[in-house]
Design a protein around this ligand. Sequence first.
Ligand SMILES: Nc1nc2c(ncn2[C@@H]2O[C@H](COP(=O)(O)OP(=O)(O)OP(=O)(O)O)[C@@H](O)[C@H]2O)c(=O)[nH]1
Ligand SMILES: [Mg+2]
Length: 377
Amino acid sequence: MPVDVSWIPGDSDLLVTVVAGLVVLGGVGAALVGKTRKAPPREAPPARDDAPVAAPPAPTEAPEAPAQATVESPEAVDHRFGRLRGRVGTGLGQSLLAIFRRGGLSQDDWDELEETLLMADVGAAATDELMADLKARLKAAPDGDPRELLRAALLDVVDPALDRSLALGEAGDGALHSAIVVGVNGVGKTTTVGKLARVLVAEDRSVVLGAADTFRAAAADQLETWGSRVGVPVVRSHQDGADPASVAFEAADRARAEQAEVLLVDTAGRLQNKQGLMDELGKIVRVVSKVAPPSEVLLVLDATTGQNGLTQARVFGQVAPLTGIVLTKLDGTAKGGIVLAVQRELGVPVKFVGLGEGADDLAPFDAAGFVDSLLGE
Ligand SMILES: Nc1nc2c(ncn2[C@@H]2O[C@H](COP(=O)(O)OP(=O)(O)OP(=O)(O)O)[C@@H](O)[C@H]2O)c(=O)[nH]1
Ligand SMILES: [Mg+2]
């Protein structure tokens, strides 16, 4: 007897059925989120006070969430650059040194030097500055040690005198400080927010993270993972496409209510030529400012994208004045010259560099250490 299969939907019917089911489920989910978003988000991990490593008195507003099984202790910040500096590519430094060691440089040598700098993403302005500096130094000390001359000139361009500290106050200063992290797609914003949270936790600061990238739930999940590893609460929405500014505001509000010291806000990767997204970023900055005006707007740049990053940066700077650059993936480029170009072109210091995918592979930028690394010392 033939089996009746008429009830089984064809391919397109099946699709419609599945989509309809998802819409219904999504609607229920959105309604639930809508209800819970007024209250402090329950999904956030407990405050760091619960960590087994620290043993402060129990907080009066003890969170209800279950205790974290393990909360990591991030690496102290001081020695990170030292640990990671071996990952800075030495290609540029070694090429420069090879030319310089020839001595009595001809015009051809200078041309080669210039070309080497430009190809390593140093950029026209910083290249001109460096060439002029080198020529002046050679004139003043024709028999000087080439490595020392080069080192001094590179250091001048990188500028060790710049203040590269994060303007996020001091531990125990009683204020809430906020930072917003911006940049184009895939440069490492979320990773940087996660790593910065660890830097701050290592410095004994209390932190709240805001997942204002609401395009994809995965983005908030990613941030939540970073937060939970160090017991830092993450304020998020479970609704794709929720208003990022309202999540940012909620995060700021929670940080204030919990008397946290630092709020870090992750934002969606946006193309700087998409006006709507840039307006949205402006809105995030404005709403956070109502609670704690951002003292840091950090632009994340991918060191492997070279000069393109600079064009991006200028447009971001028009939406919100940038206060610092985090240069990620410096471990992934042999060039490294972009470090010399960015702050020269943008007038904003490189404050942190990403030197790997490890959770603590983010280090405060050390100008002298960087130049030494470039030269392979
Ligand atoms: N090697 C290396 N990889 C890095 C570094 N920083 C970030 N990454 C990697 O870059 C990739 C993208 O990082 P995300 O933090 O997701 O980038 P994003 O800017 O938040 O991306 P969108 O939110 O999609 O715009 C991930 O695979 C990171 O592990 C770094 O310093 N070194
Ligand atoms: Mg992201």
